[in-house]
Ligand binder design. Sequence first.
Ligand code: HEC
Ligand code: HEC
Ligand code: HEC
Ligand code: HEC
Length: 152
Amino acid sequence: MLLPHTLRAALVFMMFTGVAAAQNAKPSDDYVWAAACKDCHKAEYAAWEKTKHANAIGRLSESEREPGKCVRCHVTGATELAEKNVNAGIQCEGCHGAGKAHIAAAASGAAKPGAITRKPAEEVCTSCHNETSPHFKFFSYAGLAPLVHPVK
Ligand code: HEC
Ligand code: HEC
Ligand code: HEC
Ligand code: HEC
């Protein structure tokens, strides 16, 4: 689809700000971090751990990790960076959303614990994979979503 550049830029901007607001609506207390998902989702964890998402923070120098610069797209649940590396990398919850309620439901024995997004929307990915990324080349949801970790 060809759009005038300004319109395209505006759309990317709207997508970015809209999704960033939705993700950041969850307080950091609702994030439990990737290690908390490992025991119940071993295959997804083992695959994710080997991807670049798991160590995306490693791409940034100390000064680039200061809030407001590069770091927002190289971490999970980005805004509250009291301790800079606590949410390092694009963890499970960076795509699936905060997992505390899901884990509580799962721990109480529910077979279908819910309270978590099964398939993150394209807009979740393009909140980072967009033209405001200094290294952006291209993004294809259909092409890349199957690569983030294998699914059952
Ligand atoms: C105590 C065990 C447990 C923990 C911990 C756990 N889950 Fe789950 N999860 C389950 C069960 C059980 C299901 C339902 C069966 C299935 O899809 O494997 C599930 C399903 C899911 C689904 C699919 C949801 C759907 O609607 O089909 C996603 C996505 C998910 N979990 C992500 C996570 C993430 C991310 C974490 C860490 C924040 C996590 N889980 C932690 C047990 C757990
Ligand atoms: C919070 C920001 C963020 C989100 C959300 C995000 N990514 Fe990424 N993604 C990155 C960054 C940063 C890298 C580059 C990491 C590196 O090169 O070290 C990356 C790298 C990748 C790679 C290359 C991985 C590899 O190991 O070679 C793929 C594929 C990818 N992303 C797909 C996706 C898809 C699909 C989604 C949505 C389902 C998504 N990403 C969501 C930030 C994000
Ligand atoms: C809008 C989100 C976003 C911002 C802001 C951002 N990055 Fe990234 N970064 C990404 C994504 C997504 C990738 C994976 C490549 C892509 O864009 O498809 C990536 C990849 C990288 C890579 C790997 C290089 C490569 O060719 O794959 C480095 C290094 C990096 N970023 C450093 C930085 C630095 C330094 C800054 C700040 C000047 C920054 N990033 C700001 C999202 C972002
Ligand atoms: C870069 C984004 C991204 C990250 C990071 C990510 N996932 Fe996913 N996950 C997806 C996408 C996209 C799907 C849906 C795939 C499909 O159905 O095509 C998915 C599906 C799932 C499912 C349901 C399908 C299945 O395998 O049963 C579970 C469970 C799951 N992810 C757990 C996790 C866990 C645990 C982690 C961290 C160790 C994680 N995910 C990290 C994007 C991500």
